[in-house]
Design a protein around this ligand. Structure first.
Ligand code: ADP
Length: 162
């Protein structure tokens, strides 16, 4: 049984993340998309809100489960008997950061957690959660970045009526 975790902040989930989820779900038998509860960040959406949004977005994919975790990914992976982490790569800037995380996880897990990278589909290479939030905060159009029901929730956070 090939099982993997796709960890991230997903604050909020974008079409870029959804594309990675769809593609990883074709590669693995079981994919757990897990929201990192990072106490060092002040997110727009709570962990519960992000989990619920992801559940709705991933409802069409029967082998995708949604979860959350705090602490180290290697500990979470070990507890859940997962040996592969999926991450997305948009550009060279992602690569340096992602390579460092992947190598650290490999070392700390004593080789039991590997990382595979899926390169972004070109049409989503510009997309980031922080970019989406910045556009939305000024009332800009995010319809090409996130599903409509997610866009509504983002605008509501910024008290923007559209
Ligand atoms: P983190 O806070 O861990 O970077 P994100 O939610 O921003 O979490 O991203 C989770 C993963 O999804 C990362 O590997 C990131 O590179 C990838 N990702 C984000 N946006 C895109 C995109 N548009 N295309 C492909 N991968 C993406």
């Amino acid at each position: 049984m090939r099982k993997a975790v796709y960890p991230g902040s997903f604050d909020p989930v974008t079409y870029g993340h959804i594309d990675i989820i769809k593609r990883a779900a074709l590669i693995f038998d079981d994919l757990v998309v897990s929201v990192l509860d990072n106490k060092a960040k002040s997110p727009l959406f709570s962990v519960d809100e992000r989990v619920n949004i992801l559940k709705e977005v991933c409802a069409p994919f029967p082998n995708v489960k949604i979860d959350s975790f705090s602490g180290l990914l290697i500990d979470y992976a070990k507890e859940n008997n997962i040996h592969v982490s999926v991450r997305g790569l948009r550009a060279i800037t992602d690569f340096e950061y992602e390579l460092q995380i992947a190598q650290t996880n490999k070392l700390l897990s004593q080789g039991t957690l590997d990382t595979i990278f899926l390169t972004t589909s070109l049409e989503y290479s510009y997309l980031s959660s922080s970019g989406v939030k910045e556009i939305a905060a000024f009332g800009g159009d995010i319809s090409k970045c996130v599903p409509d029901f997610v866009a509504d929730k983002i605008y509501a956070k910024y008290d923007i009526k559209r």
